[in-house]
Design a protein around this ligand. Structure first.
Ligand code: UT7
Length: 334
């Protein structure tokens, strides 16, 4: 039997309407547009407003787009993975909720938490199911309502994050396309520098944890930066070299959007021009598991069948990795 590859056949995305600008943040904490744009590269981010709205509501929008664009009926989907660090609830999985709201009833679905690398990990996991022939139509969603765990009195973190969701459909093909190689890494030593202190089983919520503001993102940015800038570039270069891709033959770098300086450092190490790098951090900030699919969604029209893409991430855990994939269709014909 011919070898099966897992190829992306549709992309969807969603960002909420509310735009939180650097100017508005400057009125909330001691910061400035100048500091945020020069140190991080963000101008604005989107915030999901509305009582009772969670990550699933954004994921649903992205998944419905994928179904509609690919002409897939919800019944045909046989697996859905949602990467998130901001699930609607501790349990059940947000993937179960998205499936229910999208009327996907013949699939098994589960969440995957790998910090900002969640989408990359989920894409690799999904690809394995498709390559073995075990599943035929798999949806991978990255959805995060980061505003739900952001402390808007802490200037060191509140300027960084935004809300959003993106999704892709993976299907089998015998053509030389799709997910071709991956390097995934994690090292739990990094957990001390980036985590949420309370709300898990180690420290369940109490009045004290609320008073101490322990249900928000805690980050020692300088330490995270130091590891992110070297490790994301290391894996991106490694996946490039071992697949004999050069700066000329690489069409797009799709990097996690945490800091413009990390993105530029990665592109520089790979020796590629910035015009080949998908960058939307200016408008959306760091949407954690949603950064990569939101890039694919925004750049879809420019992508051509056979394009060489490298996706690269670094995030809480620490987790990091890179995937080399060959794009499956001409985006301008969608
Ligand atoms: O996606 C998950 C992975 N996360 C990342 O990859 C993030 C990695 N880290 C970073 O991107 C950067 O470390 C940050 C953007 C978080 C911070 O930038 P930095 O250049 O590393 O700043 P810093 O933490 O070293 O702080 C420099 C100064 C400090 O003041 P002092 O102590 O030098 O007086 C901070 O208090 O900047 C101050 N500062 C701010 N000033 C104005 C920190 N945040 C702000 C702010 N506005 N929002």
């Amino acid at each position: 039997m011919a070898k099966l590859n897992a190829v992306i056949t549709a992309v969807g995305g969603y960002v909420p309407d509310y735009v939180l600008t650097n100017e508005e943040l400057s009125k909330m904490v001691d910061t400035s547009d100048e500091w945020i744009t020069t140190r991080v590269g963000i101008r604005e981010r989107r915030i999901l407003k509305g009582e009772g709205k969670g990550s699933s509501d954004m994921g649903v929008e992205a998944v419905n787009q994928v179904l509609q664009k690919s002409g897939t009926s919800p019944d045909e989907v046989d697996m859905l993975i949602c990467a998130t660090v901001t699930p609607d609830h501790v349990f059940p999985a947000t993937a179960n909720i998205i499936s229910d709201k999208c009327n996907i009833r013949n699939a098994h679905s589960f969440d995957l938490n790998a910090g900002c690398s969640g989408f990359l990990y989920a894409l690799d996991t999904a690809a394995k199911f498709v390559e073995t022939g075990a599943r035929k139509k798999v949806i991978v969603v990255g959805a995060d309502k980061m505003s739900s765990i952001t402390d808007y009195t802490d200037r060191t973190t509140c300027v960084l994050f935004g809300d959003g969701a993106g999704a892709v459909l993976l299907e089998p093909t015998t053509e030389d396309l799709g997910v071709t190689d991956s390097i995934l890494k994690s090292d739990g030593f990094g957990r001390v520098y980036l985590h949420q202190k309370a709300g898990g089983s180690v420290k369940p919520p109490t009045h004290e944890t609320i008073d101490n503001r322990e249900h928000y993102i805690y980050q020692e940015g300088r330490h995270v930066f130091k590891h992110a800038v070297s490790k994301m570039a290391d894996v991106a270069v490694e996946v490039m070299e071992r697949n004999n891709i050069t700066a000329e033959t690489l069409d797009w770098l799709v990097p996690h959007q945490a800091n413009m300086r990390i993105i530029e450092g990665t592109a520089q190490r790979m020796g590629i021009d910035k015009s080949k790098v998908m960058i939307n951090i200016q408008r959306y900030g760091n949407t954690t598991a949603a950064t990569l699919p939101l890039c694919l969604w925004e750049w879809e029209k420019k992508l051509k069948k056979g394009d060489n893409l490298i996706l690269a991430t670094f995030g809480a855990g620490f987790t990091w990795g890179a995937i080399y994939l060959k794009w499956g269709y001409d985006g301008d014909k969608v």
